[in-house]
Design a protein around this ligand. Structure first.
Ligand code: S3P
Length: 173
């Protein structure tokens, strides 16, 4: 792995595979895995993202998301699994990139994400499929803009996606 890789953040829409691929990548790189949603839940004192949204509202969740992204910014040798909305605030991206962080966009089609998500109730922003589709379309340019590498994940298993990420980062495509 190039010496310059000290921190990798996975971004992409809900269902793009971030939380399945992040542990594989962390183990391959011998980095620690950190998960922004998990840390938000732990800091909120509640049990799930859905509960945070329903008790405190989305802004509270987004503020915690920014706070957590910022607290991970100083860390090194980590793989960061993000939530799909991390690209909503440019400051979050600044934090992910701080200290030379590398951002990998796990690209999927909307059909793939809907087929991967089995329990829509766990994702407050995926309860209405047409709204989710609009959000998906709105976010694509942002994921692309912030990504250092784009890796397609449709019809690939997590191990293959992990191999593709590593190949791209070492410059063999
Ligand atoms: C969100 C994605 C979720 C979670 C929250 C908001 C979003 O994470 O952070 O429900 O805005 O896309 P996943 O991408 O891991 O589902």
């Amino acid at each position: 792995m190039p010496q310059s890789i000290h921190k990798v953040a996975l971004i992409g829409f809900m269902g793009s595979g971030k939380s399945s691929i992040a542990p594989l990548l962390a183990s391959r790189l011998d980095f620690r895995l950190v998960d922004i949603d998990a840390e938000i839940i732990s800091r909120s004192g509640l049990a799930t993202v859905s509960e945070i949204f329903s008790v405190h509202g989305e802004k509270f969740f987004r503020d915690l998301e920014t706070e957590v992204a910022s607290s991970f910014a100083q860390m090194s040798d980590i793989v960061i699994s993000t939530g799909g909305g991390i690209i909503g605030r440019p400051v979050n991206i600044e934090q992910l990139k701080r200290g030379g962080g590398t951002i990998v966009f796990l690209r999927t089609t909307f059909e793939t994400v809907t087929s991967r998500i089995s329990d829509f109730s766990t994702r407050p922003l995926f309860r209405d499929i047409e709204r989710a589709r609009a959000l998906f379309i709105e976010r694509q340019p942002l994921y692309l803009k912030y990504a250092d590498y784009v890796v397609d994940t449709d019809e690939k298993n997590p191990q293959t996606v992990c191999d593709d990420i590593i190949r791209k980062m070492v410059g063999v495509v």
